[in-house]
Every structure is written in C-alpha cells, then in structure tokens.
Design a protein around this ligand. Structure first.
Ligand code: UD1
Length: 418
C-alpha cells in the first residue's frame, strides 16, 4: 500500500484549481441510471470513489465511455437490478444507486454499505423513506430486497436532514406517480446540483437546496450533458493546508458561498480572504489564532472539514474547542496527530486543542478519508519527515492532492508500498 512522504516546513504559495465534487458526482452518476439513454458528465473527479461507481454502472449493464474530460454513460440496456456485495462494501454512497435502480425498475437488491469508519452510519432513514413511497422491503441473509408495482408519491418528513436519504428519495421519486414532498430535507449544495442535473434531463424537482423539496413524477427523461459543481471540501482543505504553512493561494473553480462557514473561521484565525466570482484568495499570517468550531448540517460548518481544520488548529496560538455533531466516531485521526506532538483531549463530541509551536514528523496512519487529509495538513508544517500510510483512503476523495501540493511548493511524494 502506498504512503505519502512529506518533508515539512515549506511555505505554500501559488495558484491552484479545485476539481469536481466527489459528493455531487456520486448521486449524479447514479442519476444516469434513470435515463434510458446517454448522459455526458463533465468535471467528474478521477478518484477511487467515482471509479467504483463506474464499475457498478458497468456491472448493471451500462456502457461507460471515459475520455479525458468527460464520462459518457449509456443506460439503455441495464440488465441487472442488484448491486454486487464486494463493491457495495467499498463505500457508503453505493446506497444511492439503490434509489436510482428502484426509480427506474421498481426493484433492487443490495447489502449494507461500507465506507469510512467514522460512526455507525445506519441506513434506516433511507429504508423508512422507501417504505413511505410504497416500496416493500425484505431483509434476507444480509441482503435488502426492495420491490413494488409502482412508486407512489408521498409526504416524507426526515427525522434528521440526511444527505444520502434526501438524495435517495429524489432518485426514487423522479418517475413516481404523483407528488413527493420531503420536509426537513438536507440542504447541501450537492443535492441542489443533483436536482439541477435531473431537471435538465426532464425531471420536475423544486426546492432542492432548501429544507422543503417537491418532486412531481414524470414519465420520461432525455439525454443531456452536465458539468458537475466544484468540490467545496477539497477547496476548504487546500485553503487550510496553505494557511497552516503561513502561505498564500489563489484558488480557482470555487463557489465562495458554498464554503462561507470555513472562510469565516479562516478569517477569525487571522487569514486575509478575498472572494471573487469563482476564486478565493487567501493570505495567512505567520501563526494562526485559535478558534472554536462546531459541525452542523449545511449551511453550518461541514463535518467533512472538521479534521483538516482541527489539524490546522493544533499549531495555532491559544486553545480551540471543536464539537463534532454529525458523526460519533470522527476523532480517530487525533491519536495520530498526538504522535506528532499535538496536544488534544477528547471528551465525547468535544475535542480541546491546545495549540503548540511545533509538530514533529513521524510515521502515522490514515484512518479515514478526511482524517488522512488532516495528517497531510499536519505533515506540511511538522519538523522533519512525516510518513502517512494507508493513503488509499485519501485517494478515494482527493484528485491528485500530492501534485497540487507540490505545485504550491510542498515537498510531498508517494512511496509505493511493498
Ligand atoms: C454525506 C457525505 C459525507 C458527509 C455527510 C454529512 C456523500 C457521498 N457523503 O454522507 O461526506 O460527511 O453527508 O454531511 O455525499 N443517519 C442515520 N440514518 C440514516 C442515514 C444517516 O442515522 O439512514 C445519520 C448518520 O449516521 C450520520 C448523520 O445521519 O450520523 C448524517 O448522515 P448523512 O447526512 O446521511 O451522511 P451521508 O449521506 O452518509
């Protein structure tokens, strides 16, 4: 398994761009199942999670053609209505494919999804919502078998604004009979991007991006081309990675509104931020100030930014308090940061970070995607060499991270595993 080797202490400076959004690409790749024709997608990041999704699409019978800048998916001849167990286990968002297959064929078989170990991550809200849409669910030997004669629009009030459940309801309801109303829907920009893509295909979805979404069933979708939104978590990560080094960056292909809570907190840390239409400029002070962060569903501070931001705070001046409200097990990476000299105490949802002047490079292990990125962040300023093992987690979600960081002046390389 490959590792990252980082020689810390280089100030990052320069211009970079943000790739297409992982979390928008996954439901949008799933949405192509609903169109019994061809969909062309641009700006899909070349990362492991989008590759696994393409493998599943091929397994179902889709023809997937990849060129340098686009992926063309022909879903005319889908023959299978099940998601293979070994691929299902590789990432959580495979569950999104279930809603799309159900929406088109009124049946699907899948198993419990895998993904990063950052909490229990149940799918009860997905299954409860499917039942509300008139879908029968049978669980047998670890498999979930969903079937119905027709999907019937319903009013679904989510107990929690789950991103995945909101996407699954949308995908399953596009061809439903009548109207589906989701209340307490997740408001993440990736959901709005999925709805914009589906509406371009001919679906009728209103209110995506707010907590009330209305889906009026349609009979047919049409072939389209669609450009996926930029990745707001990659944007936030590159800004924090620059900020921890006291650096300066011009970051292109960002929608500043999508990362407002991160930009506000970076300003509170002492960074100068300038927003342009699709660009953010950041200039960091020599040493950042401590700030408190609390993760919340969108438009709050994103849980996916918690680890990278907290890592940045380990060397800031003062004490920071971090509260993780979305996932119950998202502090695993902190024990690795402690090996590098970070001073952190954790009690339940709360981590108290006492800023230190210096971290020291050592061998650490990625425990999940964003936790891995947090270690990269720390490695950029740590004294000496940091070796980060298990980087396949990081490769799941960041396109060419080492290359982008090298372009900004970091000393980072990949060491291939034995
Ligand atoms: C998505 C994102 C992930 C992000 C998360 C929260 C994708 C591919 N992934 O994940 O990067 O961290 O949103 O912003 O878009 N829950 C239940 N029952 C359910 C579903 C969820 O209890 O049926 C709980 C989860 O355990 C978690 C919380 O709800 O504690 C949020 O989960 P959810 O919003 O569904 O996240 P994902 O869609 O898995």
């Amino acid at each position: 398994m490959p590792s990252y080797i980082i020689e810390g202490g280089k100030r990052l400076e320069g211009e970079e761009y943000v790739s297409g959004s992982k979390n928008a690409s996954l439901p949008i790749l799933a949405s192509t199942i609903l169109n019994a024709g061809t969909t062309k997608l641009y700006n899909v990041p070349n990362i492991r999670d989008t590759k696994i999704t393409q493998e599943i699409l091929k397994f179902l019978g889709c023809k997937v053609k990849k060129t340098k800048d686009k992926i063309e998916i022909d879903s005319k001849n889908i023959i299978k209505k099940e998601i293979p167990e070994h691929l299902m286990h590789q990432m959580r968002s495979t569950v999104i494919l279930a809603g799309a297959i159900l929406g088109r064929f009124k049946e699907v078989t899948f198993s419990y999804p895998g993904g990063c170990d950052i909490g229990a991550r149940p799918i009860d809200l997905h299954l409860k919502s499917f039942e509300k849409l008139g879908i029968n669910i049978l669980e047998n030997a670890g498999f979930i078998i969903c079937k119905c004669d027709k999907i019937i629009g319903a009013n679904i009030d989510l107990d929690f604004p789950s991103v995945g459940a909101t996407e699954n309801i949308i995908l399953a309801s596009v061809y439903a009979e009548g109207v589906t109303n989701i209340t307490n829907a997740a408001m993440e920009p990736e959901i709005a991007d999925l709805a914009t893509c589906l509406n371009k295909m001919g679906a009728k979805i209103e209110g995506a991006g707010t907590s009330n979404i209305k889906i009026t069933g349609v009979k047919k979708l049409k072939d389209i081309s669609y450009n996926i939104m930029p990745d707001r978590i990659e944007a936030g990560s590159l800004l924090c990675m620059t900020a921890i080094t006291g650096g300066k960056i011009r970051l292109n292909n960002v929608i500043p509104d999508h990362i407002s809570p991160v930009l506000n907190k970076l300003e509170e840390c002492g960074c100068k931020i300038k927003k342009e239409k699709r660009t953010v400029l950041l200039e960091a002070p020599k040493r950042l100030k401590a700030v408190d962060i609390k993760t919340m569903p969108y438009p709050g501070f994103p849980t996916d930014m918690q680890s990278v931001f907290a890592s940045m705070l380990t060397v800031s001046r003062g004490t920071s308090i971090v509260v993780e409200n979305i996932f119950e097990n998202r502090y695993k990476y902190m024990s690795e940061l402690k090996k590098m000299g970070a001073k952190i105490t954790i009690e339940g949802k709360t981590a108290v970070i006492k800023g230190v002047r210096k971290l020291a490079g050592t061998k650490v292990m990625s425990t999940d995607l964003r936790g891995g990125a947090a270690l990269v962040t720390a490695g950029l300023v740590a004294k000496g060499k940091t070796e980060i093992t298990n980087i396949e987690y990081i490769l799941r979600g960041y396109e060419g991270l080492d290359k982008k960081l090298r372009n900004l002046g970091a000393n980072i390389k990949i060491k291939e595993g034995e």
